[in-house]
Design a protein around this ligand. Structure first.
Ligand SMILES: *[C@@H]1O[C@H](CO)[C@@H](O)[C@H](O)[C@H]1NC(C)=O
Ligand SMILES: *[C@@H]1O[C@H](CO)[C@@H](O)[C@H](O)[C@H]1NC(C)=O
Ligand SMILES: *[C@@H]1O[C@H](CO)[C@@H](O)[C@H](O)[C@H]1NC(C)=O
Ligand SMILES: *[C@@H]1O[C@H](CO)[C@@H](O)[C@H](O)[C@H]1NC(C)=O
Length: 287
């Protein structure tokens, strides 16, 4: 095992390699704004509750589906669909299931692809964040997962659009590992609005290329998206006259919107307010 400082250097190297070789968003010239997946992306509380969604397959990807209560489904109303790009624990981890279920109660059909293909990080890292498996190589897992997810997401989005049709109103939200997908989707006409919370794996280009209204739900102290990066992102959005909203929660750290400690009043409020804000933002552009 490397001491953590050496590991961090390796993470930065891994991120450089991850963001460098492929895709439209890989411009080598674009500085990194949200850092690599590290230990802070894997810590936090596990929530208790009973998930009410189901497991369906879209474009060969197992997908968590949470549907709104009947009262929300008016005959003449266009369906509202959230593409839910999860953190490293995956769309089928209980915290993410409960979050998707909440979005569904607010009138949205929510779809979370398992872009880890049955190998979420929870299989390797315990809730208190010590590796179960001493041989677990986080960087290798991230590199593998990013490659798989990059390859799967475009066809998955096409599959979602086939299933719900051109009249449905699509939005996208991403947490940590999922943030690039919400931003990349929001750089196209595939959605009406986007959002992220405590992002990872982003460069300045992600902000420059944004086309759709975007909500940034941020921790005060975020090792992946530190203050300087957040301010740089704000500068870019303002310069480009983007439509955006930035919210910051005091006393929170990376992961708060998914893995906050719900017995801590501040963390509970921040987690719930972040989710409410995502819905408020999406309602604004889909109602
Ligand atoms: C979740 O449930 C377990 C078992 O019932 C309990 O020990 C734990 O304290 C609960 N956690 C929270 C955050 O409520
Ligand atoms: C979802 O269903 C697929 C196909 O039956 C299965 O392979 C996968 O393990 C299921 N995922 C979960 C999290 O239940
Ligand atoms: C994890 O987050 C805490 C609180 O924000 C920070 O003090 C610490 O340096 C972070 N660790 C790493 C490895 O980034
Ligand atoms: C969660 O917060 C409560 C209240 O602040 C604290 O007693 C508890 O130790 C925290 N749990 C974890 C896992 O941090």
């Amino acid at each position: 095992m490397f001491p953590f400082s050496v590991k961090s250097v390796l993470h930065v190297l891994a991120l450089t390699l991850l963001l460098a070789p492929s895709g439209v968003f890989s411009s080598l010239a674009s500085p990194v704004l949200a850092g690599p997946i590290g230990k802070n992306c894997t810590i936090g509380s596990i929530h208790n509750g009973t998930a009410t969604g189901r497991n369906i397959s879209i474009a060969g990807v197992s997908t968590y589906l949470a549907e709104p209560p009947a009262a929300h489904i008016g005959k003449d109303k266009a369906k509202k669909v959230i593409l839910f790009f999860s953190d490293v624990f995956g769309a089928f981890a209980i915290n993410n299931e409960l979050l998707q279920d909440y979005f569904a109660t607010q009138g949205y059909t929510v779809l979370g692809p398992d872009y880890f293909f049955g190998d979420p990080i929870g299989l390797h890292v315990s809730p208190d964040l010590e590796p179960f498996d001493p041989n677990f190589d986080l960087n290798a897992w991230v590199a593998k997962s990013k490659k798989q997810a990059d390859a799967a997401v475009p066809a998955w989005i096409d599959g979602v659009k086939k299933r719900y049709g051109p009249k449905a109103k699509y939005t996208a939200v991403g947490y940590c590992f999922g943030a690039p997908y919400s931003m990349e989707t929001s750089a196209t006409d595939q959605v009406l609005a986007g959002a992220f919370a405590h992002p990872g794996l982003l460069t300045e280009d992600h902000f420059r290329k944004l086309k759709k209204p975007f909500l940034l739900s941020c921790a005060e102290s975020d090792s992946s998206f530190p203050l300087e990066s957040r301010r740089r992102a704000e500068d870019i959005l303002a310069e480009d006259h983007a439509t955006y909203h930035v919210q910051i929660f005091s006393g929170t750290t990376h992961g708060f919107a998914v893995r906050g400690n719900l017995t801590n009043e501040n963390e509970r409020w921040a987690k719930e307010e972040s989710a409410r804000s995502v819905i408020g933002w999406f309602d604004r552009f889909t109602d």
